[in-house]
Design a protein around this ligand. Structure first.
Ligand code: FES
Length: 233
């Protein structure tokens, strides 16, 4: 089976995510990419317990130009959340990894018009909920058009124009070694649209490397190191 072939329920369960069949239909498949170890800038494995609660961390996966959030939430994320893609495919998100399953990862490409963290600026990030949805704890907010996602519930859309949740990045936590791996995606990916929309910019910034697959390791950075500025709303 090729690396990017679809895999079935057993693979998703191993990654801490389960699938639920669409009503009367086949399960939404997980998409498998490289099994990539999350490391810091010195190549040391990311330890879940060393992640700061509430901080924004960013890593590129599954492509060199596609950023993702790694978050240690301020609350448990036990899963069991029924979600739906823009195309109507249903799936069930079964939580994060680590203690209280509170460490989660999502594509940082907004599901609305694909705002994403660039080296210059980010409009999207994990922070205290803005006033229309205050009281929900920290959420992922895209200040481009004010979409708000709940990272403790599979990044479901809380408010705003986003038509679907952020795509989940599947994580595996190897407890014995305390190492974390990204292994695939789950939910509505936006990668093809992303590369089409930003082709010119990505070509300028990265040449032909933008769509290169991330392989053995990917570096996790605090958001303030990944993007120079954070546009707030
Ligand atoms: S691009 Fe994020 S809300 Fe529009």
């Amino acid at each position: 089976m090729k690396r990017r072939d679809f895999v079935k329920v057993c693979s998703a369960s191993a990654a801490g995510v389960a699938l639920a069949p669409a009503a009367g239909g086949a399960p939404l498949p997980v998409k498998s990419y490289a099994r990539t170890r999350l490391v810091d800038e010195k190549g040391r494995a990311i330890r879940l317990g060393e992640l700061k609660v509430g901080a924004n961390y960013v890593f590129d996966y599954p492509y060199a130009a596609t950023p993702c959030f790694l978050l240690r939430l301020d609350r448990a994320a036990p899963g069991g959340v029924e979600l739906q893609t823009e195309a109507g495919a249903r799936y069930r998100w079964e939580g994060g990894v680590g203690t209280e399953k509170s460490v989660v990862a999502y594509s940082a490409i907004c599901a609305h018009k694909m705002a994403y963290p660039t080296r210059q600026v980010t409009f999207i990030g994990y922070r205290e909920a803005p006033s229309p949805v205050a009281g929900k704890g920290r959420v992922i907010t895209c200040c481009s058009d004010r979409s708000v996602y709940d990272p403790a519930a599979g990044a479901r859309v809380v408010s705003g124009p986003a038509p679907q949740p952020l795509a989940t990045i599947l994580l595996e936590h190897e407890k014995a070694a305390d190492e974390v791996y990204a292994v695939g995606t789950f939910g509505g990916e936006k990668f093809d649209e992303f590369f089409a929309k930003y082709a010119f910019r990505l070509e300028l910034e990265m040449g032909n490397k933008a769509r290169a697959g991330v392989e053995a390791t990917t570096v996790v950075l605090p958001l303030e190191r990944y993007s120079v500025q954070w546009a707030r709303c």
